[in-house]
Design a protein around this ligand. Structure first.
Ligand SMILES: Nc1ncnc2c1ncn2[C@@H]1O[C@H](COP(=O)(O)OP(=O)(O)OP(=O)(O)O)[C@@H](O)[C@H]1O
Ligand SMILES: [Mg+2]
Length: 258
């Protein structure tokens, strides 16, 4: 059995489209023949759980039970838009404290995912906007990290901190972690500063990993998530849909380092 590709969508900055991309890239991967996709919501804000149409307050179980009590992953009983989902709720917020002195706490998600590895081709982990334990647990479980970056100078400056964090993970808990790439997000091509930032992202980060084409800024993303659907199901002709499809095709070709 080949191991699944496990991609953590991570950036410690908030609101850069981690969750939006987790849902949309997962959807396009699941559309591809024979791709079995699992999404894991590791953010106590539970945006992914909500975007997928579930009510975090009404869940009987969340990823929290796997992280804290090492129970099997509570995979939602039905496919949602062709994807499996491990939902979360606000209880996950307490896990950093609950795990304060737990042994091997960084490996909790890695161990839980190992038990379902044969059932999926790609697993996408939606990380919280922090450098805390939940992000460390997510990056320790991942084979790859995919980094959305907002096309603004201030967001781009945060990448140094991000690269340091990844280097720490590499050294300590996950030596085989690889970059899947960087995705400039919410790009407004009419703004000169944003165009300059995209160029700077390409110049400075393409030696580390692929810099994907920017995702345009569009209110349609918020409209789609309000309707609890991926963009392609809200407006299949939206220009961002073909960009998302292309990024999903590149992700499909990633390989796991043994
Ligand atoms: N390309 C885009 N253009 C315009 N708005 C977008 C785009 N992508 C995402 N958004 C919107 O920006 C907001 C933040 O997106 P999202 O929740 O995916 O970011 P995030 O990085 O997961 O945030 P957090 O750090 O809080 O988890 C949402 O309202 C979303 O609909
Ligand atoms: Mg999010």
């Amino acid at each position: 059995m080949t191991k699944p590709i496990i991609i953590a969508l991570f950036n410690q900055s908030g609101g850069v489209a981690k969750t939006t991309l987790t849902q949309n890239l997962g959807y396009h991967l699941a559309q591809k023949k024979k791709q079995r996709v699992l999404l894991v919501d590791m953010d106590p804000q539970a945006s992914l759980t909500t975007f997928m149409g579930l009510e975090p307050d009404e869940l009987s179980e969340s990823v929290h039970s796997s992280i804290i009590d090492s129970k099997p992953l509570p995979i939602y009983s039905q496919l949602i838009h062709g994807m499996s989902l491990v939902p979360t709720d606000i209880n996950l917020a307490a896990s950093e404290m609950q795990l304060a002195s737990a042994i091997s706490r960084e490996y909790r998600l890695k161990n839980a995912l190992a038990k379902v590895a044969d059932d999926y081709d790609t697993i996408l982990i939606d990380c919280p906007p922090s450098l805390g334990l939940l992000s460390i647990i997510s990056l320790t479980a991942a084979t790859h990290i995919l980094v959305p970056i907002q096309c603004q100078f201030k967001s781009f400056k945060g990448t140094e901190l991000l690269l340091n964090t990844v280097a720490q993970i590499h050294q300590n808990t996950n030596p085989s972690l690889q970059f899947a790439g960087f995705i400039p997000t919410m790009f407004d091509s009419r703004t000169a500063q944003e165009s300059r930032t995209v160029r700077a992202i390409q110049e400075q980060l393409s030696s580390i990993a692929t810099v994907f084409p920017p995702i345009p800024k569009s209110i349609a993303f918020a409209d789609a998530s309000e309707r609890r659907v991926p963009l392609a199901l809200f407006d299949k002709n939206h220009p961002a849909v073909s960009i998302l499809t292309k990024i999903a095709s590149s992700l499909e070709k990633l390989a796991v380092k043994s």
